[in-house]
Design a protein around this ligand. Structure first.
Ligand code: KIV
Ligand code: ZN
Length: 518
């Protein structure tokens, strides 16, 4: 048996199904490039039939991200499979991932199909996909709650029809590790042609056991694990990629399985996904949480100072969390910034480096030491973003304990300049009213979040907003950074508005998205 476990990343598909997450094609492309760099074996780039935006996102990734398998999800209907192929056909290595539910609960209440009809549809879907590509994955949705005999019959049939990977999801996160491990072992024993396909697992985290279940399955025969960066995904999410990878690595003597993941890209990948999805990583999250390597108690600190292994089973450098000692400041030149950006893993064009450098200089004038986190915040919030149709040119606020907050804002768009004023419940509300007046895009503010990028009074404030335009059901995330939190608030809102304009231009209007999980 091979000692390698394939990592199938579903951040851009199941992860993107996280409530409130809505990535545009540009964000998806940034994440896909990073996943390729991270060394995942398969990138599930989306669900092409779900919307024009999903289709374009998968197509763009298939065309431009080379050297890695790109998968697209499809139900077993021919329309889904044909559409998936339309998007995937440009890839170096394309995989069609087709699925249908096999549990009686799903058959009765959702699909309203008999077992015979499901079996037939599964086989037909795989055969259809096989006409396009040799790499076909079949998933039995809600496999863990399916009748094992029927599930094995379906798996045997789809392998005979050409499936090269068979995926066993615990769609509702119901399994426990012992049971799930045994379940995979049983499938391996009962399906006669199982050695003709890779066994994959896809665990949801409803009871907090997705990683444990995936690892238990690895012990009994799973050769591929489906997971998402930061564990994002439907409801409580998917198995967390970084936890699966670091468990296999740190406990190699136990699992005896390797992955192709470049571990020192894990932290950066986590940051990028968190920034672009707007889903914050909880501080105590294993591997990539802010506290994952922090030692608070005196006894622990003393132990670590004497010998790291007393309280550390991994160290931050392994996941690419470097404590870089060379401080950047206002005397640092373009060269130094460019080098640091490369060290931080950003692969920017000359134009993007120029933009980052201008923003860096402006920050260094206000802040004595510019840390790596500041630089990352600049790049992710102000450089790698959609075109700035509207730019903030001027901002003035009158606010105090006994006056009505008023904002005057000037925006530029190309050669044009627009200035307006408005009152609001607070200075931020007043600014947002002016931006609505100027752009004509009226929205509901669904989320406003402010946090300091680094510690200290001169820290960069990073504001994240989520807004929903009155004209659409979609929501848009915007982020802005500045040492002035009012300015950061204005920039964040404007960033989201620019995304709305960009999405309208891309004609990314969502049609009803069929949810792939449950
Ligand atoms: O959770 C699930 O069952 C899925 C399948 C489509 C693989 O996401
Ligand atoms: Zn899922």
């Amino acid at each position: 048996m091979s000692d390698r476990v394939r990592i199938f990343d579903t951040t851009l598909r199941d992860g993107e199904q996280s409530p409130g997450v809505n990535l545009n094609a540009k964000d998806k492309f940034e994440i896909a490039k990073q996943l390729q760099k991270l060394g995942v074996d398969i990138i599930e780039a989306g669900f092409p039939i779900a919307s024009v935006g999903d289709f374009e996102g998968v197509k763009n990734i298939a065309k431009n991200v080379r050297g890695v398998t790109i998968a697209g999800l499809a139900r077993t209907s021919f329309a889904d499979i044909d559409r998936a192929w339309e998007a995937l056909k440009y890839a170096d290595q394309a995989r069609i991932h087709t699925f249908i539910a096999t549990s009686d609960i799903h058959l009765k209440h959702k699909l309203r199909m008999t077992r015979e009809a499901v079996l037939e549809s599964a086989v037909a879907g795989v055969k259809r996909a096989k006409q396009y590509t040799s790499d076909v994955e079949f998933s039995a949705e809600d496999a863990f709650r399916s009748d094992l005999g029927f599930l094995c019959q379906v798996i045997e049939a789809v392998i005979s029809a050409g499936a090269t990977t068979v995926n066993i999801p615990d769609t509702v996160g119901y399994a426990t590790p012992t049971e799930f491990g045994e379940f995979i072992g049983e499938i391996k024993n009962r399906v006669p042609n199982i050695d003709k396909a890779f066994i994959s697992v896809h665990c949801h985290n409803d009871l907090g056991m997705a990683v444990a279940n995936s690892l238990a399955a690895v012990c009994t025969g799973a050769q591929q694990v489906e997971c998402a960066v930061n564990g994002i995904g439907e409801r409580a999410g998917n198995a967390s990629l970084e936890e699966v990878v670091m468990a296999l690595y740190t406990r190699y003597p136990f699992y005896q399985k390797k992955t192709n993941i470049k571990k020192d890209e894990l932290y950066r990948t986590s940051r990028l996904v968190s920034n672009l999805t707007g889903m914050k990583v909880q501080p105590n999250k294993a591997i990539v949480g802010k506290n994952a390597f922090a030692h608070e108690s005196g006894i622990h600190q003393d132990g670590v100072l004497k010998e790291r292994s007393t309280y550390e089973i991994m160290n931050p450098e392994m996941i690419g969390l470097n404590i870089n000692n060379i401080v950047l400041g206002k005397h640092s030149g373009r060269h130094a910034i460019k080098d640091r950006l490369v060290e931080l893993g950003y692969n920017l064009s000359d134009e993007e480096v120029d933009k980052a450098f201008v923003k860096f200089k402006a920050l260094a004038d206000k802040k004595k030491e510019v840390k790596d986190e500041d630089l990352s915040a600049i790049v992710e919030n102000e450089v790698l973003t959609v075109p700035e149709t509207y730019k903030l040119d001027y901002l003035h606020i009158s606010s105090g304990t006994s006056m009505i907050p008023t904002a005057t804002v000037r925006l530029t768009s190309g050669e044009e300049s627009f200035e307006e004023a408005a009152c609001g419940d607070g200075p931020v509300d007043a600014i947002y009213k002016v931006i609505e007046k100027i752009t004509g895009i009226t929205c509901t503010l669904q989320l406003y979040n402010l946090h300091a990028v680094t510690e200290g009074k001169d820290a960069l404030g990073e504001v994240t907003v989520k807004i929903q335009p009155d004209s659409s059901r979609k929501t848009f995330l915007g982020r802005g950074v500045s040492t002035d939190v009012i300015e950061a608030s204005a920039k964040a809102y404007l960033n989201a508005v620019n995304k709305i304009v960009f999405s309208q231009a891309e004609n990314e209007e969502n049609v009803d998205r069929p949810k792939a999980g449950i």
